[in-house]
Structure formats: C-alpha cells, structure tokens
Write a protein that binds this ligand. Structure first.
Ligand SMILES: *[C@@H]1O[C@H](CO)[C@@H](O)[C@H](O)[C@H]1NC(C)=O
Ligand SMILES: *[C@@H]1O[C@H](CO)[C@@H](O)[C@H](O)[C@H]1NC(C)=O
Length: 357
C-alpha cells in the first residue's frame, strides 16, 4: 500500500478530531522514500518585498529558469506568530528539518511560542551606499587555503559564515568579519571539538552579529528553549549545557533568527532535489548547512559572492581550509555535494551569484 496516501490532506481533514488537536504522529519509518504530498511544493509567503533600489539585484535576473522557481518573499523565519495547530498539522507531513514529522506537539509548541517575531529584516542596505546589499558567503572548503581572499571578503557589506568558521590565523585567506553566522545546535557545539586543533575557540561573535539557526530536529528545540530563556537545557542531548555561553555574550533576541521549515523545504525541493531522496537513506538526505546559508544570502542580499564552496576542481583541495595536511573531500550519504557543486556552477554561469575561490 502507498503509505503516503494515508495522510493525504483530505484524510487529515476528515479524521474525527477537533480542529484544535494535532494529527497523529507520523513516523519516518513508515516511508521507504521521500513521500510526496499534494501540498509539497506550496509554501507560506511573507508580504511582497519593497522593490529593490539595486539595479543589478539578483532579484531582477532575467533568467527564466531562475524566475520560475525563485520566491523572493518565501517565508524565511519561524516565530510565535506564524505557528499554530494548522501549521503544525501541515508541517507534520515533512521530515525534519523540512517539517515536524516524528516530533511531539507538546515538545515543540512551547518552544516556538518563545521565538519572537523578527522586528527587522535580516539585512538592510548600508546607509550612504549604492542601494544594494552586497554579501560574501564564506564556506569552509579547502580551496580557500592560500587564496589571499581576506581583504576582498571583508570589503562586502555583510559576510556570512557557518559551522567551524575558523578565523584566527587564517585572516589573509578568509577575512576577519562575520555579520551573519548560520548554525544548528549540533554545528555550534561539535565544531568547537572538531576544529579545536586549528585554534577554533568559539563561534564568531562580532559586535552586532546576527545568528541564524537551522532547526534540524528535537535537539534544536531543546537548545532553543534553554537559549531563549537564558537557562540550561533541560533535557535531551544537550541537557545541562548553557547555550548562551556558545554565543560569547553576543546573543540577543533582536538579532536571532530561526529558519522556517517552508524555506528549508523550498531549497530542497526546488534547487537540491537529490536522487538519494528515493533511496533507503532518504530521511537524512538534506542540503548542507553551507547550501542553506547561501540560500539565505540569495534571499536577503542583492549580490552574493561565494567563497570556499565546492568547485569543479574540488579534488585538488582539502575538506576544510583550516587543515594543514591535504585530505580527500569526503562524501557522506546525507549530503549530495556533487549536486550542490553543479548548482553553484549554474548559478555562476547565469550570474545569479559569483562563485569565487
Ligand atoms: C508513530 O510512533 C508513535 C510513537 O512511537 C506511535 O504512537 C504512533 O502510533 C506511530 N504512528 C504510526 C503512523 O505508525
Ligand atoms: C595550504 O597552502 C599552503 C601555502 O599555499 C601550502 O603549502 C599547503 O600545502 C596547503 N595545505 C593544504 C592542506 O592544501
């Protein structure tokens, strides 16, 4: 039987339960590959954006393929005011981080209700500038080693980084400033351990930095609860940890953003729909944090320059720019790095972004 039909939108609506109760928990193990729902490719949108004052904005691209899929006002951030039981029931059909499949309403709801609605857009044009928001996104790829791109990177209005963003000792190649740091609970904690040998001591914490969280799963909601309340995490993988300590005094509710499941699913469905989503490991197949970061930039900046991402000649470089010895790029089943590499190349060819070293 086709399990995905059991939960078709019609059935969910007609189940005998009040409008105020959550749908029965759907489990990943019920599906042998990514289920396809009639409402799979429908996303919440925010109010239409004010027309950009930037003539060369990527939003004005004439590329037809890009215009067909690009949603400039896709709903980007999850917060207490755009979450309710209907949203929960809709998003319960999608595996994490694209929805809440397998999670319990009572675990997630109280946390989402703590997330304040963002007061301002993630980025605004710099006063006195050319009316454009110019961004650099710095990946962690080995291609940056010895690149001397630091000055060029820092010259952008805003610099995005993610994961183990090692800077000390690498300034000449990767620059110094971080305006937006994108992370998961796992990446902000595990990177400290993983990159310790390269002198990485803390996540970037420039004055006024904005933090963006990718909510991957239950542990991220547990993390968020501690973070937003300024308390220790009360249960789960990070129990008794103090999330705020990881932000080195720069955590502020006003500068903290949580990506919306619709935004993450839109990125997967429309740009990075890997063949591996039809395989046994479908439930863990997802774009990299670097890819999500690049897409956040593509939806909040007018121009985007990418550094340290996968390129055609990746086999000449290490996994990470911080590594001293050459390592072969590792392919894990959960990320389709070749698909990502090809997408960046096609965006570069279409002048949607500039793919640098
Ligand atoms: C999913 O798992 C939960 C908890 O283990 C269980 O209560 C529920 O019946 C399961 N749902 C399905 C559709 O198998
Ligand atoms: C990094 O760059 C330096 C200087 O260009 C070079 O000597 C070294 O072999 C490179 N390391 C790796 C891991 O590629």
């Amino acid at each position: 039987t086709n399990k995905s039909n059991i939960y078709s939108l019609g059935n969910v609506k007609t189940q005998s339960r009040g409008p105020e109760s959550p749908v029965p928990i759907m489990n990943l193990s019920s599906f042998k590959k990514l289920p396809q729902w009639s409402f799979e490719d429908i996303y919440n949108l925010d109010a239409p954006l004010i027309p950009t004052t930037c003539p060369q904005s990527l939003r004005n691209s004439k590329d037809e393929d890009f215009q067909k899929v690009f949603l400039p006002n896709i709903c980007m951030f999850l917060h207490k005011d755009n979450f309710n039981i209907r949203e929960w029931n809709r998003l319960s059909h999608f595996n994490d981080p694209f929805g809440f499949m397998g999670l319990k309403y009572s675990d997630v709801k109280p946390v989402v209700k703590l997330i304040p609605k963002p007061k301002e857009p993630l980025l605004l044009p710099k006063p006195g500038g050319d009316g454009c928001v110019h961004c650099a996104v710095v990946g962690t790829g080995g291609i940056l080693n010895g690149s001397k791109m630091g000055t060029e990177i820092d010259a952008h209005d805003y610099v995005f980084r993610m994961n183990g963003a090692v800077i000390n000792g690498y300034e000449e190649d990767v620059g110094t400033k971080t305006s937006v740091y994108v992370h998961t609970a796992h990446s902000i904690t595990a990177s400290l351990e993983f990159f310790k040998e390269y002198g990485y001591k803390s996540a970037p914490h420039d004055e006024g930095i904005k933090y963006v969280l990718i909510p991957e799963g239950l542990r991220d909601f547990q993390w968020l609860q501690g973070l937003l309340k300024g308390e220790k995490v009360s249960s789960g993988e990070y129990q008794d940890q103090e999330p705020r300590a990881y932000y080195s005094g720069q955590f502020s509710e006003d500068r903290f953003y949580v990506l919306h499941q619709d935004f993450l699913r839109y990125v997967r469905n429309r740009y990075l729909s890997s063949n591996d989503l039809s395989g046994d490991y479908w439930a863990i197949v997802r774009p990299t944090n670097g890819a999500f970061t690049l897409f956040v930039a593509l939806h909040t900046c007018d121009t985007v320059s990418a550094y340290g991402f996968m390129t055609e000649d990746y086999s000449k470089y290490s996994n990470y720019y911080a590594e001293k010895l050459l390592s072969e790029v590792t392919f894990y089943i959960n990320h389709d790095l070749i698909l990502e590499k090809n997408l960046w190349k096609s965006f570069h060819d279409k002048k949607i972004l500039k793919l640098n070293i």
